[in-house]
Ligand binder design. Structure first.
Ligand code: NAI
Ligand code: MG
Length: 360
């Protein structure tokens, strides 16, 4: 059956890196049955149609099995009102498609161990997966705002406030995504919370323990978020899959990404309940290097591999793409961002060429 893929390159380096991922998806060696349809998004869509997420693009995304997204955002759009900023396209797609599960692998290929600020022996071969809840938590909780206090020690002062909450079904659905991911990996899931202080966290922990009964082969552990932040830099390889809420996940996923030192290498996925997903590199649109054919396309190529694995049930093809990327690194080919002495510097399109060659 043909899978329908919406290809949304965006702006900045988006078009250059997405072009390489599309070449990989079309590689005859993979023999995939895909219908790829491109549409503008972000700044590119604002320029062409006056809106960062035009109706046509949204409709295409909704009727696709998966979305391959490049990046959006450029300084030249910074002065636009918030609703017209490129970044609104990502938020709009997340909301319209109900993408509640954000999967962010932090993988450090042995060949790139020097890129990390941690000692190579601590991080070489790192392969962890952070599963972050994306649509709930204090980011969206009501009430929120600024109010003037009537009584108490701060009476007469203004106070800023937000509300943290998670509904049981919101916790259950992210738990299932995380347990299923762990079952396909080393079978270890660490749930991160702040249950010693927060009621929301204690509830989260109780639900995790309940869902765990459906996954007897996965070993569930719990960790407070402050300790998790420390353990991620002390002994990151001790983790397999980490599941956490929106706020803690925002911070921990960026921390885990930086352990690898190679932002140009990290893919991501955002999934909904029907496994429809948006796949994009973890980095932004890098306007400082856009249009120069020097950006690293591997994060986007690896995002395409995640798409095959999580939305299209084509794990063998995903494995082959990941192996091809590994082979290219082993041959010493590097884009500028991961270049070091003794390796061979290549452009964006040459990196794409090399991955295609390695696939054959
Ligand atoms: P960024 O990730 O775009 O760039 C940070 C640094 O990493 C820059 O020096 C850039 O040149 C470099 N870099 C990023 N990706 C690279 C790649 N593939 N190859 C080589 N070098 C790479 O983050 P920044 O500068 O904070 O944001 C730039 C724009 O991207 C902003 O407008 C921001 O809002 C937007 N953005 C968009 C995201 C998205 O589309 N989902 C996510 C994050 C930021
Ligand atoms: Mg962040």
């Amino acid at each position: 059956m043909t899978s329908r893929i919406a290809v949304l390159p965006g702006d900045g380096i988006g078009p250059e890196i997405v072009e390489q991922a599309v070449r990989v998806l079309r590689a005859p060696a993979l023999n995939l049955d895909l219908e790829l349809t491109e549409a503008p998004v972000g700044g590119a869509a604002y320029v062409a149609k006056g809106h960062p997420l035009p109706e046509d693009t949204l409709a295409l995304a909704k009727q696709s099995d998966a979305i391959l997204f490049g990046a959006v955002g450029d300084w030249k759009f910074d002065k636009l009102e918030r609703a017209l900023r490129p970044e609104q396209a990502v938020l709009g797609l997340r909301k319209a498609l109900g993408l509640f599960a954000n999967l962010r692998p932090a993988i450090l290929y042995p060949e790139l161990a020097n890129a990390s600020s941690l000692k190579p022996e601590v991080v070489a071969g790192l392969d962890i997966l952070i599963v972050r809840e994306l649509t709930g938590d204090i980011y969206f909780g009501q009430p929120r705002g600024v109010r003037t206090l009537e009584d108490g020690p701060y009476a007469g002062e203004r106070q800023g406030y937000d509300t943290m909450h998670y509904a049981e079904s919101e916790i259950r659905r992210i738990a299932h995504v995380a347990f299923q991911a762990a079952a396909k990996r080393q079978g270890r899931l660490c749930s991160v919370d702040k249950a010693n202080v927060l009621e929301t966290s204690q509830f989260w922990r109780d639900i995790m323990i309940d869902v765990a009964r459906e996954y007897p082969k996965v070993e569930l552990s719990h960790m407070y978020v402050d300790n998790a932040a420390m353990q991620l830099v002390r002994e990151p390889k001790a983790f397999d899959v980490v599941v956490t809420g929106n706020l803690f996940g925002d911070i921990l996923s960026d921390e885990a990404a930086m352990l690898t030192g190679s932002i140009g290498m990290l893919p991501s996925a955002s999934l909904n309940a029907s496994r429809q997903g948006l796949y994009e590199p973890s980095h932004g649109s890098a306007p400082d290097i856009a249009g120069q054919n020097i950006a690293n396309p591997l994060a986007t190529i690896l995002s395409a591999a995640m798409m095959l694995r999580y939305s299209l049930d084509a794990a063998p093809a995903a494995d082959r793409i990941e192996a091809a990327v590994q082979a290219v690194l082993a041959r010493g080919l590097r884009t500028a961002d991961i270049f070091e002495a003794g390796t061979t510097r290549v452009s964006t399109s040459e990196m794409g060429d090399a991955v295609l060659k390695a696939l054959n």
